[in-house]
Design a protein around this ligand. Sequence first.
Ligand code: G16
Length: 530
Amino acid sequence: MAQFEEVSKQSSLHPKPAGLVLQYGTAGFRTNSKHLDHIMFRMGLLAVLRSKKTKATIGIMVTASHNPEEDNGVKLVDPMGEMLAAAWESYATMLANAEQEELISALNEIIEKEEIDKSQEASEQQCQSFTSSFGWSSYYGLVTTPQLHYMVCCKNTQGKYGDATVEGYYKKLCQAFTQLIGNASNRTDDQKHLCVDGANGIGALKLREMMTHLNKGLQVTIFNDGSKGKLNHQCGADFVKVQQKPPTGIQVNPGDRCCSFDGDADRIVYYFTDSQQVFHLLDGDKIATLISTFLKELLIQAGLNLRIAVVQTAYANGSSTHYLENTMNVTVRCTKTGVKHLHHAALEFDVGVYFEANGHGTVLFSKAAEDQIQQLAQDSSSIDDERKRAALMLQSTVNVINQTVGDALSDMLLIEAILAIKGMTVEQWDRIYTDLPNRQLKVKVSDRRVIDTTDAERRAVSPAGLQDAIDGLVKNYRNARSFVRPSGTEDVVRVYAEADTQESADALAHDVSLAVYRRAGGVGEEPKPL
Ligand code: G16
């Protein structure tokens, strides 16, 4: 077809590097930016097909996210603001790896499998979409990843979720935050103050914009705002979580409440140093605990019988899971890494709180839950003040949360509001439970796909013998647990270990790294003890 000839011609201007094979990973394509030109072009093509299939607006986010500055990536956003449907991830991989002369047949294969309208008129439209700036409905320029997810959802709900503009996003979240902190007793300026590490990424710029919509309910000092320093380098949520230390470029004084975003502001972790200068990290697990405690209390006060659950991954600290299940008595689910998996599991509950330990997460409310909350909040007669107040707070909580995806700005506002309402310090929050000491390491192997896992990535099924080796090593330590999995965003195998002491967690992580290196084709130098 003539239309496809044009696509083919345009594609040849964005050639695929010979022999390069990439996979749509944990969160889209992610690699050194110099290998991504053809990927950007082809993901534009796929977004057009996805849009035709769903008859909805699709989002395309270009971001290095938590990765180093020289990397980049692209993630597609589905109609309700969720991550791209899993079935389409394999189409993305197929398109990405097709040789130039195979591209049109790959596109046709998707069109046929998905029964996308092939009439002449539709084909012409498709071709126009393919070739004319991909048929953008809106180009948002520089925004955080969660802001794009929010706007896609707004567009496809005809504004029910909010205004599909960055201003609309700020207004919705900030209004809800202001309503929420109306429930807090007077706070000092110190209590309102938060130090934010922007990871030298977009989050710093957008936080500054958002602050103009907040009426003194929160005071922030922004560090690593991109004016100097490299994206995610020695800073940001991933650095702080993995290194278990403060980022560079920020002075953490005892008692300061601090948080770090990642490069595209879809993750957040909190931390502080105590009077002995000991660093304390409040990661995604601690955030999930704080939020679910708050929500559970409000649901009880409002007299609403809604099913609440927390979704975690294998990285969740054993103490957090134990606390949630045994002290809070909430249902806990474990899924594979990747917010798309957690999001999916959270949808099964009335209130699904999902967080990866790395600080990537949000809360989902079912339609029924939102309706009940709203009804109660609007009920002007039959309920007592406490129920009504709880219902109104739940309503504002729903509005401050970006339900489309984990969102550092939205999570930050919710956490700040909860701490204010509860009159809680970060130290008190940290004391809810004590983390088991843990360590994360990376091992380079020649092909990380040799590692295959099962049981929500908690056990390796290949290469043969690796899991037995890990089981044997874990037995040498008390309260220990360890697992390995291939990363979906970096060319490494990740190793996680926890145990009763930091020395044991470090030693176990090292032992397991060696097992991976020796049994899964390690490259470069053998891992050294920490
Ligand atoms: C992405 C995903 C997260 C995942 C992380 C690490 O984060 O969105 O769900 O936890 O990658 O994945 P992996 O261990 O497979 O490399 P981000 O913030 O980079 O988009």
